[in-house]
Ligand binder design. Structure first.
Ligand code: TRP
Ligand code: ZN
Length: 316
């Protein structure tokens, strides 16, 4: 949905008019200024929700879950991979073993950019066995997928190399993301200039939480929310409880977004964000009711747009 960022548009317009004056060229003939960053697109929340409908169907057809080592996980991965392959990404499936079962990470590289400066964005694609895992973490997985598809639609050619990831076995203790980080050479790890994590971004009684980590990444997310007039708070419900933790341990700058899990929303938070005080951000956390009904569309929309904004800004 459309939520404009006045700052970026205004800055670009100023640069363009200055270059027209400096060049003294015929109006309309001046090339776009090289320093201008293409504005991040509005991510259609309907597309993100369509991905969630697919993940829900996959769970329903596979015993009601998309957990590590179960058929619903691999079907989820195959669905995301097919969409990325069709959009021109170079995809890689990395396998590992956890609790005696094969796990899978999906990595999607967007061709181009500086191979020595990599920006990553990722989410865990597995759920727990007790439910379909639509907010945790279909929400992050669908928003990262739609952002990757938006990169393809825009034929974005950023300065940095872009890499998207969907992790397996997060719910078993960050197994997939840790496997990925540990299997990089230290030279390749050093090329990763940032990792953005999206785990639970559509909680029904949503809060707007930004990880208090790398300052530049944190500022980028906060700038987005300031631009749309939405207050944020620092994420405190469990630092290190998601896939950014292995990256952070390896020295990679990290950040991310979160709309809350089992903790209760305070009266002050309900006053500024709406929703219900003294009720969990997500009453269906790790439960059978974490279905497509367990999504706050406004939160999913805002966080998807913030994700794309950060990818565009931080890769330019
Ligand atoms: N996937 C995480 C989990 O199951 C969800 C979570 C809880 C989380 N607290 C968090 C994610 C804080 C990010 C930040 O534990
Ligand atoms: Zn979880």
């Amino acid at each position: 949905m459309k939520l404009s960022i006045p700052g970026r548009v205004a800055a670009t317009a100023v640069v363009a008019s200055v270059s027209l004056l400096a060049g003294g060229s015929i109006a309309g003939a001046a090339p776009a200024p090289e320093s201008a960053v293409a504005a991040a697109p509005d991510i259609p929340v309907a597309n993100v929700k369509a991905h969630l409908t697919q993940l829900q169907s996959i769970a329903t057809a596979n015993g009601g879950n998309r957990a590590h080592g179960r058929a619903g996980y691999k079907a989820s991965l195959d669905f995301v991979k097919a969409r990325l392959d069709a959009a021109g990404f170079t995809t890689t499936v990395q396998t590992f073993t956890a609790s005696g079962r094969t796990g899978y990470n999906l990595i999607a590289d967007w061709p181009g950019g500086d191979p020595n400066q990599v920006l990553m964005a990722g989410s865990h694609l597995d759920g727990v066995t007790s439910g379909p895992g639509i907010n945790d973490n279909g929400s992050g997985s669908a928003a990262v997928l739609e952002t990757a598809l938006a990169v393809s639609r825009a034929n974005l050619q950023p300065t940095k190399h872009l890499r998207f990831a969907w992790w397996g076995a997060e719910e078993l203790g960050l197994v997939g993301s840790r496997h990925y980080v540990n299997n990089q050479s230290s030279a390749n790890r050093a090329k990763i200039k940032g990792y953005l994590n999206f785990d639970m971004i559509g909680s029904p009684n949503a809060g707007y939480f930004v990880y208090d980590d790398d300052p530049a990444i944190e500022k980028t997310f906060k700038d987005y929310f300031t631009g749309i007039g939405v207050a944020t708070e620092i994420e405190t419900e469990g630092d290190g409880r998601s896939d950014h933790a292995p990256f952070k341990s390896a020295g990679v700058p990290v950040g991310g977004l979160f709309t809350g899990a089992s903790r209760a929303k305070t009266a002050a938070q309900a006053a500024k964000w709406g929703g219900t005080a003294r009720q969990a951000f997500d009453r269906c956390y790790h439960s059978s009711c974490d279905t497509t009904s367990n999504i706050n569309d406004t939160a999913l929309n805002r966080n998807s747009d913030a994700l794309a904004y950060a990818v565009w800004e931080l890769s330019s």
